[in-house]
Design a protein around this ligand. Structure first.
Ligand SMILES: *Cc1c(COP(=O)(O)O)cnc(C)c1O
Length: 474
C-alpha cells in the first residue's frame, strides 16, 4: 500500500468530515440560491495558476457553494420531484467515484455491470417483464425516453425495410396531453412529430382515447400499396407514420397513471411499440397498495424509472429497460470504430449498446448497493410511507375550508388551491418559506391557474410537516 502524502491524508480526513456532517444533519439545512455576484464575492477566485489547495477548495464548497444549493433531500422540499437518497446509496457513491470504473462495456466493467443488471432485474421483475428483458442506467428520464424512442423508430424502419415497403415521409409517436416535456425534446432531437392526445378532465390517456386518435390518423393516411409488413400489424402498417405510443406511468405534474392496460391492447393490435414513461411514478411498483394502478405494465416494450426520484438514490440515474434488448442493441450500437471492435468480440452485455452515449459512470451502483443493503422490503415500506403521507396531505387539504384539491391524488403528488389566492399570493408565500429555510414548495400552473403542489418522495416527510406547511397558508 502506498503512503499518502500529508496533504492527501489531510484531504481524505476533511472529505470524510464533510460527508459525516452532511449525512448527520436532521434535518439538513434547506439552503437557497444566490446570485453570481454574491457567489463571486463570497467564494473569491477559485481557478488559479498554482491552485488554491484541496483544503481551501473544500472549505469554499462547504461554506459558500453548497449553501447556495437547495437541499433536494430536505423533508420539506416538496418541489418538482425532489430526492431522498439513502445514506447507504450516498456513501457508496463515494466508493464508485473512487473506483474509476468504466461502465460502458462488459470487458472493462463486468463486475459493476453485473450488479447494475441485478438492480435492473429487480425492476423488470416488479413490472413483470420476461427473463430476457434488460437495459442500462442512463443519466435521466430525458435520455431514457429519447433512447427508447430511438429504438422504437429503428425497429419500425427495419420492419418496413425487411418487407420492401416504402418509409413514411414523416414519423410520429403518440402520448397523452399531460406527458412530460422531455418527450417534446425527444421528438425534436429525433426529428419526428409528437401527437398529444387529449386526456380528458381526469388527465389520463385511455385505450379508447388512443384508439380514436389512431383511427383518425390512419384514415387520413395514404393507402399503402407495398406487401404486408410482418410483426402483428396489418398491410397498411406505419402508413400514418406512427411508430410508438408513450404511456405515462405517473405524470410529473399530478402523479396520474395512464390506462396502461387499455393502451397496450390498442397498440398491440396495430403493431405499435409501447414505451412507459415512469420516470417518477413507476417506483410505486414497489408498493403493494399502488400496484393495481399499473395493470398492463407487463406488456410494454420498454419503460423507464428514475431511482434518483422516488427510489432513494443520488443523482443521476434512470433505469431504462427493454422487453427485447436485441432490438435496442440494433438501434444503439452504430458507434463503431476500429478500436472498439475488441469489445464486441466478447459478445457480452455492453451497457452502451442500449442507449445514447458511450463512456459511462456505473451510475446504477449506488442504487444497487442500497437495495442490497436494505433489501426490497425496506423499499416497499419506504414507498408506502410516502404514499401514506400523500394521502394524509389530501385529507388535511380536504378538511381545511380555505383549501381545495385540484384532483384527487393517485400517487404521491398532491395539487391543490388556496381559495382567494392569485398568482402573486402563491409566489409571495412560496418565496417566504424558502427564504426562512422552512420549506420549498414552488407553485405550479394548471389550466391557466396558479396552484400549489406537493411532490412527496421522502419517507422522512411526515404528516406533521404537511400540517406545518398548510398552516402557513391560512
Ligand atoms: C422527471 C421526468 C422525466 C425526465 O427525467 P429526468 O431524469 O429529469 O431527465 C421524464 N418523464 C417524467 C414523467 C418525469 O417525471
Amino acid at each position: 500500500m502506498h503512503q499518502f502524502d500529508a496533504e492527501t491524508a489531510d484531504l481524505l480526513r476533511a472529505v470524510f468530515d464533510v460527508t459525516r456532517l452532511r449525512l448527520g444533519f436532521d434535518p439538513v439545512p434547506l439552503d437557497g440560491p444566490a446570485s453570481p455576484a454574491e457567489l463571486t464575492a463570497r467564494a473569491g477566485p477559485t481557478i488559479t495558476p498554482e491552485g488554491i489547495g484541496g483544503r481551501r477548495a473544500l472549505e469554499i464548497f462547504d461554506e459558500v457553494l453548497a449553501r447556495a444549493c437547495i437541499s433536494a433531500d430536505h423533508p420539506r422540499n416538496l418541489a418538482f420531484i425532489p430526492a431522498a437518497p439513502t445514506r447507504a446509496a450516498v456513501l457508496f457513491d463515494l466508493v464508485v467515484g473512487a473506483s474509476s470504473i468504466y461502465g460502458g462495456s462488459w470487458m472493462e466493467g463486468a463486475g459493476a455491470i453485473h450488479a447494475e443488471n441485478e438492480a435492473l432485474r429487480w425492476l423488470a421483475d416488479l413490472a413483470g417483464l420476461p427473463a430476457e428483458a434488460g437495459g442500462v442506467f442512463v443519466p435521466g428520464g430525458t435520455v431514457g425516453n429519447l433512447s427508447a424512442l430511438a429504438a422504437a423508430r429503428h425497429a419500425a424502419r427495419e420492419r418496413l425495410a425487411a418487407a420492401g415497403s416504402p418509409q413514411p415521409s414523416r414519423w410520429r409517436f403518440v402520448c397523452g396531453e399531460e406527458a412530460h416535456s422531455s418527450l417534446y425534446q425527444a421528438a425534436s432531437v429525433l426529428d419526428v412529430d409528437l401527437v398529444a392526445v387529449p386526456s380528458g378532465v381526469d388527465g389520463r390517456l385511455t385505450g379508447s382515447r388512443l384508439a380514436a386518435a389512431l383511427d383518425a390518423m390512419a384514415e387520413a393516411a395514404p393507402p399503402r400499396t407495398g406487401p404486408p409488413v410482418g410483426g402483428g400489424c396489418g398491410g397498411n402498417a406505419f402508413a400514418d407514420g406512427v411508430f410508438a405510443v408513450v404511456a405515462t406511468a405517473g405524470t410529473t405534474q399530478f402523479g396520474i397513471v395512464d390506462d396502461l392496460r387499455g393502451i397496450v391492447e390498442v397498440a398491440r393490435g396495430r403493431g405499435l411499440w409501447v414505451h412507459a414513461d415512469g420516470a417518477y411514478g413507476l417506483a410505486a411498483l414497489a408498493a403493494p397498495s399502488a400496484r393495481p394502478l399499473f395493470d398492463g405494465i407487463a406488456e410494454v416494450d420498454s419503460f423507464i424509472v428514475d431511482p434518483h426520484k422516488w427510489l432513494f438514490s443520488p443523482f443521476d440515474a434512470c433505469a431504462l429497460v427493454y422487453r427485447d434488448p436485441a432490438v435496442a442493441r440494433a438501434a444503439h450500437s452504430p458507434q463503431r470504430a476500429g478500436y472498439l471492435d475488441v469489445l464486441d468480440s466478447a459478445a457480452n452485455w455492453n451497457p452502451s449498446d442500449y442507449a445514447i452515449g458511450l463512456s459511462r459512470r456505473a451510475r446504477g451502483l449506488p442504487f444497487w448497493f442500497s437495495l442490497a443493503t436494505h433489501g426490497t422490503h425496506a423499499y416497499a415500506n419506504a414507498v408506502e410511507t410516502t404514499l401514506a403521507t400523500a394521502r394524509s396531505a389530501a385529507e388535511q387539504i380536504a378538511a381545511r375550508p380555505d383549501l381545495e384539491l385540484v384532483r384527487p391524488p393517485q400517487l404521491s403528488v398532491v395539487v391543490f388551491r388556496r381559495r382567494g389566492w392569485d398568482e402573486v399570493d402563491y409566489h409571495r408565500w412560496s418565496g417566504s418559506l424558502l427564504r426562512a429555510g422552512f420549506a420549498f414548495v414552488p407553485p405550479t400552473r394548471h389550466d391557466g391557474e396558479t396552484v400549489a403542489r406537493f411532490a412527496i418522495v421522502n419517507p422522512r416527510t411526515t404528516p406533521g410537516d404537511i400540517e406545518a406547511i398548510l398552516t402557513t397558508m391560512s
